[in-house]
Structures are given as structure tokens and as C-alpha cells.
Design a protein around this ligand. Structure first.
Ligand code: MG
Length: 252
């Protein structure tokens, strides 16, 4: 995880380790473990703060994770189209650069806040907290947080979400859950996306992909769908509706 790739310090938390920040230290190399632990602890506190904010508004927060290009944004577009005005959705988009994905969501009349992480390969709770300053959650039923495309680091940072949904697209190969166990073990739901390509590609076996998930001792449902054709969207929307039924009540 991010202990080694050096991505723990992000635009969201860098002020904590800069001079004047409460995790700033000087020349003692042995302090690095303490700094890392402090950053993760600070992230968890910020995540809890975010979660309290979601709960207060009765908003279900879902963290969408996958590799780049697996179809997270396309799934959101299809979901928005399918739900129509009955469900109020908001979206936080995470990418290293551009507003491209937020623009796609806004074209559908849905509020979207883009987080440009710079060089950071994941969102953290501080970045989400900052985005929430721009986002009015009043009346929002579901907040989707589309994480940076990456099957490693995003799984290690709590954002305050209630549920994790992880996509594996058919062109990626059916053994991705075996290769990236931390990500798929964290998933509350696994979606096999781009299912319309299964017959075209001929080398993606959904049963193998689900078997890899079960080998992780995960009981998460595994659904296949295609945002392009619409196949399988109904079972995803049913899962979403059931998850909304279980969402926290407003507490204030
Ligand atoms: Mg995207």
C-alpha cells in the first residue's frame, strides 16, 4: 500500500507535514513511521467527519473504484439517465488532471465537483472534505465519489463513504480480483463492466472473476452490466435502491 509508493502526502494533507503543521518533523529519519501513522490517523478523523456530514443529510455516499478506463463515469451517466428526477444525485470526481469527467456529469444536469489531485494516485478524506465545502447535500439521496483510476492505493484511504463499489471491466482480464486483493476485499459490490464485450473478446469468464472474489473470503455480490447496452443495469439499480433503504437516518 502507500507506505512504500510515497503517495500518502497529497494536496489535501500536505499542510500537516509542512512547517507549522502538527505532523511536521525535522531531521530524524526514524520519525517517518510516526509521520505516516499520523497522516493515516488524520485521514481517518477527517473521514469520520465526512461520514457524520453525510449521515446528517441522510445521504448515501458510495466510493466508486477501478482501474482507469473501466467505465466508472459511463456507469454514472447511465445511472443518472435511468433514475431520472426521482433520485437526487451528486458526484465528486477524482482525477489527476482535467475537469472532463465532471463536465460529462454536469451535462446531465447533476452537480459535480472535480478534484484534480495533481500527482496523487487516490483521493483522501481531506480532499473530499474540501470538495464538500462546494457541495450542498440538502436533499441529495446519493453521493457518488468517483475515485482516481487505480486498483491499489484508493482502497487504503477511508473517505467517509458508506459503501465501496469496485468495477472490473472485461478487457482487463478476469483475474484482476486475484491480482489486486486489497481493492477487491474492500468492495461491498463488484461490478463486471463492459459486459457487452464478453462475447467479442472471448477470454473473460465471469465465473472465474467471481471465483477470484470468493477466494478472498468476500461475500460481496458480483453483477455484470453494460452501461452502453443497458444489460444488467436493473440489478445494479435494485442494489442501489436497497442500499438507500438502509441509509442512515438524518441525525440533525
Ligand atoms: Mg472517469
Amino acid at each position: 500500500m502507500c507506505d512504500t509508493c510515497g503517495c500518502n502526502i497529497t494536496p489535501g494533507n500536505e499542510k500537516l507535514v509542512e512547517p507549522g503543521g502538527h505532523l511536521h518533523t525535522t531531521s530524524h529519519g526514524t520519525e517517518s513511521v510516526e509521520v505516516l501513522k499520523g497522516l493515516l490517523d488524520a485521514n481517518d478523523r477527517a473521514a469520520q467527519h465526512n461520514r457524520t456530514h453525510f449521515d446528517r443529510h441522510g445521504t448515501l455516499a458510495i466510493n466508486l473504484m477501478s482501474s482507469p478506463g473501466a467505465g466508472k463515469t459511463a456507469l454514472l451517466e447511465a445511472t443518472i439517465d435511468a433514475l431520472g428526477a426521482d433520485t437526487k444525485i451528486a458526484v465528486i470526481e477524482g482525477d489527476l488532471a482535467t475537469e472532463n469527467d465532471a463536465a460529462r456529469i454536469r451535462e446531465r444536469g447533476v452537480t459535480a465537483i472535480q478534484i484534480a489531485t495533481g500527482s496523487a494516485c487516490h483521493l483522501d478524506a481531506h480532499m473530499v472534505h474540501t470538495a464538500l465545502h462546494e457541495l450542498d447535500l440538502d436533499g441529495v439521496d446519493v453521493l457518488f465519489i468517483e475515485n482516481v483510476g487505480n486498483l491499489v492505493c484508493p482502497a487504503s484511504f477511508d473517505l467517509g463513504q458508506h459503501l465501496n463499489v469496485t468495477l472490473v471491466s472485461t478487457p482487463e482480464g478476469h483475474d484482476k480480483p486475484a491480482k489486486y486483493p486489497v481493492m477487491f476485499r474492500a468492495a461491498d459490490l463488484v461490478l463486471i463492466s463492459k459486459s457487452d464485450l464478453i462475447d467479442v473478446l472471448g477470454d473473460f469468464d465471469p465465473a472465474v472473476a467471481e471465483g477470484c472474489v470468493r477466494d478472498l473470503a468476500s461475500a460481496a455480490p458480483v453483477f455484470r452490466l453494460s452501461a452502453r447496452s443497458g444489460d444488467g443495469m436493473d440489478i445494479w439499480l435494485d442494489w442501489l435502491a436497497a442500499s438507500r433503504e438502509r441509509r442512515p437516518d438524518k441525525t440533525a
